[in-house]
Write a protein that binds this ligand. Structure first.
Ligand SMILES: C[S@@+](CC[C@H](N)C(=O)[O-])C[C@H]1O[C@@H](n2cnc3c(N)ncnc32)[C@H](O)[C@@H]1O
Length: 311
């Protein structure tokens, strides 16, 4: 896929119906030869629309007008390029807990949670958030995570979590204002509800910060998993991570995680794990596949806003 095609696809498949601003902007960039030439000077992993748009927002640039975005990006390219080279898309979306919850709640309790690709670890608190599945409410306090759930009943109780740990190449700290500013810049422009959710979830995490280890999901997983307490069900999970991991490393991770005790939950783009015979996704928008121990169970929207269960 060319860079122009990847920006056009981001607009039509990821942003359409979710962020009109990013849909317009990514389609405009896909036709902007000057910007595409700048993006092409970057290593492939640094060319993602989300990353460019997040860095421009972090630096105070405009994203709601394509011409103003073009002018700002061209004029400030050295500063933008420097940020792009050191940053990665590390969007930490606690809303994804709403699609993990039905699986977590059904496992033998209590749980020892180990998230690979945890970013700031906000998905490590599924027991501390509140949920609204249609008119079914679960939990109390903030944030309240809304999820349209079809094909299965919502869980009737929260999981019991006795240990939580995260592994990331570059762990972010919810107690560091600069890290929270980057997480905020990664949230799409119109999504004030997600911005509020980030603040509320960060406040929950800050009262009891998770163990977050810097490391790779293959090389460093066994040592962290070995720290999980006996007597709890170890659950290794990941959401929206494996698209950032090269295929041979994904295969090595899959083999490794299958050999660990406990369970493995994946919530990932179709195609990054070898599932055969998935049903048709419910609509054009990008969906993730939720699986337990390699068995696919449901389509999920990428920010946890909906889940269609078939498993
Ligand atoms: C898009 S973020 C998703 C964060 C979180 N799972 C969520 O859903 O909110 C992907 C995260 O995976 C991490 N990551 C990518 N490759 C990794 C690897 N090989 N080992 C550990 N973490 C990795 C990135 O640093 C980033 O924080």
């Amino acid at each position: 896929m060319t860079i122009a095609e990847s920006y056009a696809e981001f607009g039509t498949r990821e942003a359409r119906g979710v962020s009109p601003t990013y849909e317009r902007l990514s389609l405009a960039v896909s036709r902007d030869d000057e910007l595409l030439a700048l993006v092409e000077t970057l290593p492939p992993a640094k060319r993602q629309p989300n990353l460019l748009f997040g860095v421009v927002r972090l630096l105070g640039g405009p994203v709601d007008d394509a011409a103003a975005f073009h002018d700002f990006t061209v004029a400030n390219w050295p500063a933008i390029e420097a940020e792009l080279r050191v940053r990665a898309v590390q969007t930490n979306e606690p809303g994804r807990c709403a699609v993990l919850l039905p699986v977590l709640a059904a496992l033998p309790q209590p749980l020892a949670l180990l998230e690979v690709g945890a970013s700031a670890g906000l998905c490590l608190y599924p027991d501390r958030y509140a949920y609204r599945y249609g008119d079914h409410l679960l939990g109390t306090g903030e944030p309240v995570l809304d999820c349209a759930l079809t094909g299965t009943a919502p869980p009737d109780q929260l999981p019991e979590v006795v240990w939580r740990a995260g592994l990331d190449l570059n762990p972010l700290r919810v107690t560091d204002p600069a890290d929270v500013a980057w997480l905020d810049a990664l949230i799409w422009p119109e999504h004030s509800h997600r911005r509020a959710r980030l603040r509320a979830a960060a406040a929950v995490a800050a009262t009891d910060p998770p163990l977050l280890a810097r490391g790779d999901l293959v090389d460093d997983l066994p040592a962290l998993a070995a720290q999980a307490p006996p007597g709890a069900t170890l659950v290794v999970f990941h959401t929206s991570v494996l698209y950032q991991v090269p295929a041979p490393r994904r295969a090595a991770f899959t083999e490794l995680v299958r050999g660990l005790p406990g369970h493995w939950i994946a919530n990932e783009t179709p195609g990054v794990l070898p599932h055969d015979a998935l049903p048709e996704p419910p609509g054009e928008a990008l969906h993730n596949v939720l699986s337990l121990d390699g068995v696919p169970l449901a389509w999920t929207r990428t920010h946890g806003q909906a889940m269609t269960w078939w498993g």
